[in-house]
Design a protein around this ligand. Structure first.
Ligand SMILES: *[C@@H]1O[C@H](CO)[C@@H](O)[C@H](O)[C@H]1NC(C)=O
Ligand SMILES: *[C@@H]1O[C@H](CO)[C@@H](O)[C@H](O)[C@H]1NC(C)=O
Ligand SMILES: *[C@@H]1O[C@H](CO)[C@@H](O)[C@H](O)[C@H]1NC(C)=O
Ligand SMILES: *[C@@H]1O[C@H](CO)[C@@H](O)[C@H](O)[C@H]1NC(C)=O
Ligand SMILES: *[C@@H]1O[C@H](CO)[C@@H](O)[C@H](O)[C@H]1NC(C)=O
Ligand SMILES: *[C@@H]1O[C@H](CO)[C@@H](O)[C@H](O)[C@H]1NC(C)=O
Ligand SMILES: *[C@@H]1O[C@H](CO)[C@@H](O)[C@H](O)[C@H]1NC(C)=O
Ligand SMILES: *[C@@H]1O[C@H](CO)[C@@H](O)[C@H](O)[C@H]1NC(C)=O
Ligand SMILES: *[C@@H]1O[C@H](CO)[C@@H](O)[C@H](O)[C@H]1NC(C)=O
Ligand SMILES: *[C@@H]1O[C@H](CO)[C@@H](O)[C@H](O)[C@H]1NC(C)=O
Length: 884
């Protein structure tokens, strides 16, 4: 009580303050240049006090400055009164809290927008009803709750009211009746299931032209108002309401002589034939019936809808012949229709002559059951801008004639058709495509041109190198050079020609495509040198030239491509030393594949500059020298935590993000990685001529999942700290000249599931441990001086091993194990270290900000400490073992 009377007092005080300047003006003593009124300034401060401004949007609301200069506050230039308040903030960084009742002090407000904030189910202040000058009120998507205050009905000047996407559940709409100036009303998602007279109320608003009641749970059956439609209603949006064909709203629409121009009824529950009666709404220009369950065709009566411009029936169950549908629209509608959406139905038959549809700008036929050939008459649709015929079993040849007069064509989707595209290479198309998507057809062209997975063959026509995105992958193109160099397009960002039959030298005109970010030419038959003009691609992030036949040295101009993230040159015949600049000039490189080429020379230490690298594959070359000690600089590999996000390039393709795909040799097999690529971290230096010892520093790379150094000339011992590589799943050191014992810490790597140490000079006892026990003798064979399980050879001073089936038997297996000496003191020590290392490996980084490595050393230095960490049971068993 005390609080609210205080508030009243304050309001009154502010009111007095607010009156003063007005009176002043009345008496001719006001100063129009004073700017913000003190009372309004205080009201704004009060409004701010009730808001939680997590992102500092209202930081300007604090200065001593004129409040008319605050963010979102607009004053009248002559009177200085606040007339507009725009607090609409992007939905990502909303204001929170509540909307203050002091809002009512801003008496001159004509415009108020608080959309996209988060008022956490609080109520719209009742005092809003006193803002009698308000003309536009936007509360869209602001998470207001409870009731809509009936005081809104006092806003008789209101023209625009948006209450959509809040949590309102009103019992009635009577408060709407006095809003006689209202033109636009949106109440989407307001639950109107109990408001049976909604239509009667809105129909009486004399100026209402636009009504949006999407997802309102509208009642299907309600009393139909006795007055005819408000003549003013132009736009009626009743989508997502589960309406049926027996709904009262249809009865009213069909019989009230309404003059609705745009009618949106998509995602309702209309089932059966499309009612003839839609054609009685003669005024209709836009009729959207998508996402229902309409069957059959389009009624003949629609031919008489002479104003119809857009007819959308996407995603229904229509199933007639396209020819019949076209026939049923022929009369008047065919001349007016500009956009016809029939995609995602079961429409059959062939592609008809549409030349009488003289206004046609867009035609959507995707994903139906259309077949046969495309008639050349298509080429006469001179207004056509958008054409979707993808995912239909059309056959035959598409030639230049099909496009002869299509001067306005911008978007053409024809993928997944067995169509053959046949253009002469000197054809100058009449259009400038922006989006061409022909993948999976047989040849092609436009801004997004996607023609992948067609059977397009021959020369890539020059006109296709337009727009921003060109995907001609998975076709049978064999020639590129001439057409590429004839074209020039700095806005081309994405070019994918992979998986074709391109067999030529790569043309040297890349300076004509300086905007390229992603270039994929993999899996072709390109040969010769990588052209030096590739150095002009200064924006390039992904360069994939793998699986071709490129030869010679890498051009030094590639050092200009400093934004490279993904460089794949594998399976070519490139040669020369790995250039010095490769490490230094590409600080962002995450993936580097030079696998299977003829690179020679020493292992370059400057590769250690690649601090973001996650996949480094230099296998199958002739690289000599030793593995550099600075390898621990590859800090991305030292991180067991979050994967690198660099793979998700900021390149927006059809509104999804581009993700690099690659293949990684994994346990002797090739795996293709798309999204999960970012999770894999590996080094593969196998099949080179590397010599010297494996540097100790390699154990710092504890994020490494796969390490393959096999088939080299490496010598020395395996570092005793190998167990620090606690993420490792694959370790292959086979076919080297490694000597000494296998370090017992190897048993600490719980994740290890593929181990190969074959054909070295390793000696001594094979360490034991739960993970190591899963490997068979083949992991170790070719090391004559190794002994112990799983090799048949016993170590000196040991008994003959028991029958090897012991491990497989259950029951008293542990007893057997103890007898076998399988569980040795070493096992418990290993298990304990394993537990501690993994515990700290996972939590240590989070809790203490200490790495896996530090904990490990700390533990080894302080054996008593780690003994405490072992759980009670293990402890007891360990003591038993130690005593025995
Ligand atoms: C008021 O002044 C601002 C800036 O001086 C100007 O942008 C705006 O158009 C003016 N408005 C009116 C209604 O004069
Ligand atoms: C919303 O309000 C409730 C109390 O009504 C409160 O518990 C909750 O923390 C608030 N949420 C936010 C995001 O402000
Ligand atoms: C609404 O208007 C009536 C009469 O015009 C007035 O008495 C009432 O105070 C107003 N309500 C609000 C909240 O301003
Ligand atoms: C809508 O309101 C009715 C009653 O007012 C209620 O039964 C129903 O659950 C509400 N629907 C939704 C989706 O909130
Ligand atoms: C429509 O009906 C479905 C189930 O039939 C229901 O899940 C959905 O909430 C309904 N939508 C509306 C807006 O009433
Ligand atoms: C009508 O509603 C649909 C779906 O709710 C929406 O996509 C469309 O933009 C709305 N139309 C207009 C003109 O607001
Ligand atoms: C409404 O209009 C129709 C013609 O479309 C007419 O037959 C009917 O009498 C009108 N009803 C009223 C109540 O005016
Ligand atoms: C239907 O409405 C139009 C104007 O929208 C009017 O000219 C016509 O007379 C009306 N017809 C009937 C029968 O009311
Ligand atoms: C054509 O219109 C007639 C009469 O409305 C209807 O029965 C038939 O199914 C329609 N045919 C097609 C293919 O739409
Ligand atoms: C590479 O960049 C240098 C300057 O950074 C420039 O002079 C040179 O022309 C560029 N090379 C190519 C091939 O674009």
């Amino acid at each position: 009580m005390g609080g609210s009377s205080l508030q009243l007092l304050l309001t009154f005080f502010l009111f007095l303050l607010c009156m003063k300047p007005a009176l002043g003006n009345y008496w001719g003593v006001g100063d129009a240049n004073l700017g913000c009124k003190e009372c309004e300034r205080r009201a704004l401060i009060k409004i701010k006090e009730d808001l939680i401004d997590d992102y500092g949007h209202l930081s300007s609301w604090n200065t001593k400055e004129d409040c008319c200069k605050w963010r979102g506050v607009y004053c009248n230039n002559h009177t200085g009164h606040v007339i507009q308040l725009d607090l609409s903030i992007s939905g990502v960084e909303p204001l929170r809290g509540k909307l203050s009742p002091f809002l009512s002090e801003l008496q001159y407000l004509t415009f108020l927008d608080v959309s996209y904030n988060d008022f956490n189910h609080t109520q719209i202040p009742k005092s809003i009803g006193s803002l009698s000058n308000l003309r536009q009120l936007d509360l869209y998507n602001a998470n207001f709750g409870r009731n809509i205050p009936f005081q809104l009905g006092n806003l008789s000047n209101l023209q625009y009211l948006d209450l959509g996407w809040n949590n309102f559940n009103p019992q009635n709409l009577e408060w709407l009746r006095p809003l006689s100036s209202l033109c636009f009303l949106r109440m989407s998602s307001v639950n109107l299931s109990k408001v049976n007279n909604w239509l009667e109320v809105v129909n009486k608003l004399p100026h209402l032209t636009s009504l949006h009641l999407r997802s309102c749970n509208l009642p299907n059956i309600f009393p139909i108002p006795h007055v005819n439609s408000s003549a003013s209603l132009d736009v009626l949006n009743l989508s997502y309401n589960n309406l049926t064909l027996s709904s009262s709203i249809l009865e009213w629409l069909f019989n009230s002589n309404t003059s609705v121009v745009k009618l949106y009824l998509f995602d309702n529950q209309f089932q059966g034939l499309i009612p003839d009666a839609f054609s009685r709404i003669y005024s209709l220009e836009v009729l959207i019936l998508d996402g229902n369950e309409f069957e059959g065709g389009i009624p003949k009566s629609f031919s008489g809808m002479c104003n119809l411009k857009t007819l959308s029936l996407s995603s229904n169950n229509l199933g007639e012949q396209l020819l019949g549908i076209v026939h049923n629209l022929t009369g008047c509608a065919n001349h007016s229709i500009e956009k016809l959406y029939l995609d995602n139905n079961h429409i059959m038959g062939s592609f008809p002559d549409l030349t009488t549809f003289s206004s046609l700008r867009g035609l959507w036929l995707s994903n139906n059951r259309l077949s046969g050939t495309i008639p050349e008459s298509l080429g006469k649709q001179s207004n056509l801008e958008i054409l979707y015929i993808d995912r239909n079993p059309f056959v035959g040849v598409i030639s230049e004639a099909h496009f002869s007069k299509l001067t306005k064509l911008k978007t053409f989707y024809a993928y997944n058709n067995p169509l053959v595209f046949n253009f002469s290479s000197n054809w100058v198309p009449p259009f400038q495509l922006e989006h061409l998507y022909i993948m999976g057809c047989q040849s092609s062209s436009g801004s997004i041109i996607v023609l992948h997975s067609n059977k397009l063959e021959g020369e890539i026509p020059p006109f296709v190198f337009k727009g921003s995105h060109l995907d001609l992958s998975n076709n049978m193109f064999s020639k590129l050079a001439l057409s590429l160099c004839e074209a020039s397009n700095n806005s081309l960002e994405y070019l994918d020609l992979s998986n074709n039959r391109l067999s030529e030298e790569l043309p040297d005109c890349w300076m004509q495509f300086e905007g390229l970010k992603i270039l994929k030419l993999a899996n072709n038959h390109f040969y010769g040198k990588i052209p030096s003009s590739m150095g002009s691609l200064i924006e390039i992030e992904t360069l994939d030239l793998g699986n071709n036949n490129f030869s010679g040295e890498l051009p030094s101009t590639l050092k200009n491509c400093t934004k490279l993230v993904f460089l794949d040159l594998r399976n070519n015949s490139l040669s020369g030393p790995i250039p010095m600049w490769l490490g230094r000039s590409h600080p962002n490189l995450v993936v580097l594949f030079l696998r299977s080429n003829h690179f020679y020379g020493r292992m370059p230490p400057h590769l250690c500059h690649l601090t973001h690298i996650q996949l480094l594959d230099l296998a199958l070359n002739r690289i000599t020298g030793s593995i550099p000690k600075c390898i621990n600089n590859l800090i991305s590999l030292t991180n067991t935590k979050s994967p690198n996000a660099a793979f998700n390039h900021s390149y927006a393709l059809l509104s999804s993000r581009y993700v690099d795909q690659t293949i990684w040799m994994w346990k002797g097999r090739e795996y293709e990685y798309g999204n999960i690529l970012a999770l894999v971290k590996g080094i593969d230096l196998s099949s080179n001529k590397l010599s010297g010892v494996i540097p100790e520093e390699i154990v710092m790379l504890d994020g490494l999942i796969s390490l393959n150094l096999s088939r080299n000339l490496l010598t020395g011992k395996i570092t005793s700290d190998i167990g620090l590589l606690c993420s490792l799943e694959v370790l292959d050191l086979s076919d080297n000249k490694l000597c000494g014992e296998i370090p017992s810490t190897l048993s600490l790597i719980d994740s290890l599931n593929s181990l190969n140490l074959r054909n070295n000079n390793l000696s001594g006892r094979i360490p034991t441990g739960p993970q190591l026990s899963t490997f068979t003798a083949s992991a170790y064979k070719g090391n004559p001086n190794l002994c112990g399980f799983p090799l048949p050879k016993n170590c000196l001073g040991e008994e003959t091993p028991q029958n090897p089936t012991v491990n497989g038997s259950s029951g008293d297996a542990s007893m057997q194990d103890e007898k076998d000496g399988f569980i040795t003191r070493g096992f418990y020590v290993s298990a304990a270290i394993g537990f501690v290392v993994c515990f700290w490996g996972v939590f240590g980084t989070l809790l203490l900000n200490r790495s896996c490595r530090l904990s490990y050393f700390k533990i080894l230095n302080n054996i008593k400490d780690w003994l405490y960490v072992i759980g009670g049971v293990t402890m007891a068993r360990l003591q038993r073992q130690l005593q025995s």
